[in-house]
Design a protein around this ligand. Structure first.
Ligand SMILES: Cc1ncc(C[n+]2csc(CCOP(=O)(O)OP(=O)(O)O)c2C)c(N)n1
Ligand SMILES: CC(=O)[C@@H](O)[C@H](O)COP(=O)(O)O
Ligand SMILES: [Mg+2]
Length: 621
C-alpha cells in the first residue's frame, strides 16, 4: 500500500482501517532504508503513527506542520513524495536528513538545531491570522528533549496570550533525548504521565475516548471528586493541555487531533511514544540506534573495528586524565554526552559532570558561574551548537575574562548532517572576541596538548577539532602544554609559505611537497604567531593560508590583518570554505569539492601564482 501513497492527499483517501497496515509498512521501510544509508533511526521509528495521523487529519501543506530538530521526519518524507529518494538520504546531491523548504512544500520550516518549532509555528499562526486565513493551522511537533531549551519557553510565553490563533503544539514524549533526558522538566513530564488517565478524562472529552479508557476515566474521576487538580504548567502558560495519549495508537491520535481542530487558541497535546518503536534492538538501546551508520537489520549494529581513535575519544580521555590531576575540573555538556565523548567521565566523576539538557546558552553562563567560584569548567560543545550561546560567550565569559575551556567538537565540515551542523564559523566568530585564545588541532596528539594548554590558560580558551578520526598520530599520555601563540615550521621550502591551520596541515604538507613550498603549522588562530609570519616574510614572496572554516573573517583574514598591521606587503592567497552553505556528503568528497584536499590546494596555488611565477621566484632564493 505504501507504494501507492505519493502525497498526503492520497493518504487522506484511505479508510481508517487501512492506516494500521500502512504504519507497519512504513516502519519496515524506514528500518530497511536507514540500514542502507545510515541516519537517525530510533526517533523515526517513534513518529510513524504520529506522522500518519497528522497528515491524515490536517490539510497539509495548507496546514503548516513544523518538526522540531527534524531528525524524526523520515516517515514524513516518505509520505510526502520522497519515498523513492530515500536511498540518497544525507549523501552528496541526495535529500537532506532534515526538513528543508527547498526540498518540498511539505517541509514548511528548515530545522536541525532544536527547539525552534514553536516560535516558527507561532509566526505562521499569527501570519495566518493577519492574512485572514482563519482556517489554517500551524502544528509544531517537539520532543521532550527539545522542550528543555529556553527558546521553547520564550515562544510559549509569547503564544499563550493569543486566544484566537490556530496553534497546536504536539509534545512527542519518549522519555529520551539522545541520551536519557535530564532535569526538572523531565521529572515533571513523568509526573504528568503518572496521572495520565485522569488527564485524559479532564481534557479530551469523553466522546472521543475508547470505551475501556472512558470507563477507567470515570472511575478515577469518581475517586478524584473533591480533589483540586492543579493546572499543568502548560495551562498556566496559556495553552489548553490535552493528554497524555498513546502516540502509537491511531485510534487515540486521530480522534483527538480531529477534536482539537474545533478548539481555538494555543493547544498543547502530550503524546507518549517509544524511541525505536517496532525494532526490538532500537527499543532496547535507543542511544546506539539514535544515529547509526549502515547496518544489517537482522544482526544489528556491530562494534566498530577501526583502530584509529577519534578526536572525540582523544577529548574524552584527556578529560578523565585532567580530572584525575585536578579536582577543580568540571565537565559540562548540553545534551551531547555520547557525541562529545563524555560517557567515561560521567561514570568516573559523576559529581563533576553536568548534562544541562539542550540548553547551550545556559551551559556557557553556568560555566561562567562555576569559574567565578574558582572551579575550572570545561564546556564540551559542537562548534555548530556554540552558535546558540554567542552572547553568553562574549558577555558572560570573555568580558569578565573567566577561566572557561571550550572543547569545540565537530569543527569544520561534518558530513551527513550537512549545512545545519557544519562547524564552519567558529574561527570567525571566536577570533573577534577580546580575551579569547583560539587553537585548531592538526592531529590527535596536538589536540590533547592544546586541550591542556587551554585548560592551563587562566582565561577563556577554545580548541577546535573535527568529527571523526585524524591522521592516526600517536597520542602521548603525558599532559603537556604548548607555548602560547607559537606556530612551527613543518617543511622548509622556497618562495611560497603555506600557513596551515588545524586539519589543513596534512593536505598542506602534501601540497608543500608538490610545490617545494614552506609549510607552517600555525596552531594558534589567536594569539597569532606574528613573529613567525614576519620571519617567513623575509625569505618568502607570497603567503597561502589554509583553513577548514569560512574564509570570511577566518584565520587567513587574521594573517592578512597582522601583516598589514606590521606594514608587510605580500601577495596572499586565502583558502578555506567559501561564502555559501555546504550540503551533506562525505567529508573527504566535500573538502575536495571546496579545493581543500592536497590536489586542490596545489592547484589553487599554481593557479594564483602561476607555474612560471613560482619557478621565477624560486630561482631567486
Ligand atoms: C540546539 C541543539 N542542540 C543539540 C542538538 C543535538 N540533538 C539532536 S536531537 C537531540 C535530542 C532531542 O531529543 P527529543 O527532542 O526528545 O527527540 P528524540 O530524539 O527523543 O526523538 C539532540 C540533543 C540539536 N540538534 N540542536
Ligand atoms: C540531530 C542532531 O543534531 C544529532 O543527532 C546529530 O546528528 C548528531 O551528530 P553526530 O553524529 O555528529 O554526533
Ligand atoms: Mg525524546
Amino acid at each position: 500500500m505504501l507504494n501507492k501513497i505519493n502525497s498526503p492527499d492520497e493518504l487522506r483517501q484511505l479508510s481508517r482501517a487501512e492506516l494500521l497496515p500502512l504504519a507497519d509498512e512504513l516502519r519496515a521501510f524506514v528500518i530497511d532504508s536507514v540500514s542502507k544509508t545510515g541516519g537517525h533511526l530510533s526517533s523515526n521509528l517513534g513518529t510513524v503513527e504520529l506522522t500518519i495521523a497528522l497528515h491524515y487529519v490536517f490539510n497539509t501543506p495548507e496546514d503548516r506542520l513544523i518538526w522540531d530538530v527534524g531528525h524524526q521526519t523520515y516517515p514524513h518524507k516518505i509520505l510526502t513524495g520522497r519515498r523513492d529518494q530515500m536511498h540518497t538520504l544525507r549523501q552528496l546531491d541526495g535529500i537532506s536528513g532534515f526538513p528543508r523548504r527547498s526540498e518540498s512544500e511539505y517541509d514548511t520550516f528548515g530545522t536541525a538545531h532544536s527547539s525552534t518549532s514553536i516560535s516558527a509555528a507561532l509566526g505562521m499562526a499569527l501570519a495566518a491570522k493577519t492574512k485572514g486565513e482563519t482556517d489554517r493551522y500551524a502544528i509544531a511537533v517537539i520532543g521532550d528533549g527539545a522542550m528543555t531549551a529556553g527558546m521553547v519557553f520564550e515562544a510559549m510565553n509569547n503564544a499563550g496570550v493569543y486566544d484566537d490563533i490556530n496553534l497546536i503544539v504536539v509534545l512527542n514524549d519518549n522519555d529520551m533525548s539522545i541520551s536519557p533526558p535530564v532535569g526538572a522538566l523531565n521529572r515533571y513530564l513523568a509526573r504528568l504521565m503518572s496521572g495520565k488517565f485522569y488527564a485524559q478524562a479532564k481534557n479530551i472529552g469523553k466522546s472521543i475516548m475508547p470505551e475501556p479508557v472512558r470507563q477507567l476515566a470515570r472511575r478515577i474521576e469518581g475517586h478524584a471528586k473533591g480533589m483540586i487538580v492543579p493546572a499543568t504548567m502548560f495551562e498556566e502558560l496559556g495553552f489548553n493541555y490535552i493528554g497524555p495519549i498513546d502516540g502509537h495508537d491511531l485510534d487515540s491520535l486521530i480522534p483527538t487531533l480531529q477534536n482539537m481542530k474545533d478548539l481555538k487558541g494555543p493547544q498543547f497535546l502530550h503524546v507518549v511514544t517509544k524511541k525505536g518503536q517496532g525494532y526490538k534492538l532500537a527499543e532496547a538501546d535507543p542511544v546506539l540506534y539514535h544515529g547509526p551508520g549502515k547496518f544489517n537489520p537482522a544482526e544489528g549494529i556491530k562494534p566498530a573495528t577501526s583502530s584509529k581513535v577519534t578526536y572525540t575519544q582523544v577529548f574524552g580521555d584527556w578529560l578523565c586524565d585532567m580530572a584525575a590531576q585536578d579536582n577543580k575540573l568540571i565537565g559540562i555538556t548540553p545534551a551531547m554526552c555520547g557525541g562529545s565523548g563524555m560517557v567515561e567521565f560521567e561514570q568516573r566523576y559523576p559529581n563533576r559532570y553536568y548534562d544541562v539538557g539542550i540548553a547551550e546558552q545556559h551551559a556557557v553562563t553556568f560555566a561562567a558561574g562555576l569559574a567565578c567560584e574558582g572551579l575550572k569548567p570545561v564546556v564540551a560543545i559542537y562548534s555548530t551548537f556554540l552558535q546558540r550561546a554567542y552572547d553568553q560567550l562574549i558577555h558572560d565569559v570573555a568580558l569578565q575574562n573567566l577561566d572557561v575551556t571550550f572543547a569545540l567538537d565537530r569543527a569544520g565540515l561534518v558530513g551527513a548532517d550537512g549545512a545545519t551542523h557544519a562547524g564552519n564559523y567558529d574561527i570567525s566568530y571566536l577570533r573577534c572576541i577580546p580575551n579569547m585564545v583560539v587553537m585548531a588541532a592538526s592531529d590527535e596528539n596536538e589536540c590533547r596538548q592544546m586541550l591542556s594548554t587551554a585548560y592551563q590558560y587562566p582565561g577563556p580558551a577554545a580548541v577546535r577539532y573535527p568529527r571523526g578520526a585524524g591522521t592516526g598520530a600517536v597520542v602521548e599520555k603525558v599532559l603537556t602544554t604548548l607555548p602560547l601563540g607559537k606556530g612551527e615550521v613543518r617543511r622548509e621550502g622556497k618562495s611560497i609559505a603555506i600557513l596551515a591551520f588545524g586539519t589543513m596541515l596534512a593536505p598542506s604538507l602534501k601540497a608543500g611537497d608538490a610545490l617545494d613550498a614552506t609549510v607552517a603549522n600555525m596552531r594558534f588562530i589567536k594569539p597569532l604567531d606574528t613573529a613567525l609570519l614576519l620571519e617567513l616574510a623575509k625569505t618568502h614572496d607570497a603567503f597561502v593560508t589554509v583553513e577548514e572554516g569560512a574564509v570570511m573573517g577566518g584565520a587567513g583574514a587574521a594573517v592578512a590583518e597582522a601583516l598589514a598591521e606590521a606594514g608587510c606587503v605580500k601577495p596572499i592567497l586565502h583558502l578555506g570554505l567559501p561564502d555559501r552553505f555546504i550540503d551533506h556528503g562525505d567529508v573527504a568528497q566535500l573538502l575536495a569539492l571546496c579545493g581543500l584536499d592536497a590536489d586542490g590546494i596545489t592547484a589553487s596555488i599554481r593557479q594564483r601564482f602561476g607555474k612560471d611565477a613560482l619557478r621565477l621566484v624560486a630561482n631567486q632564493h
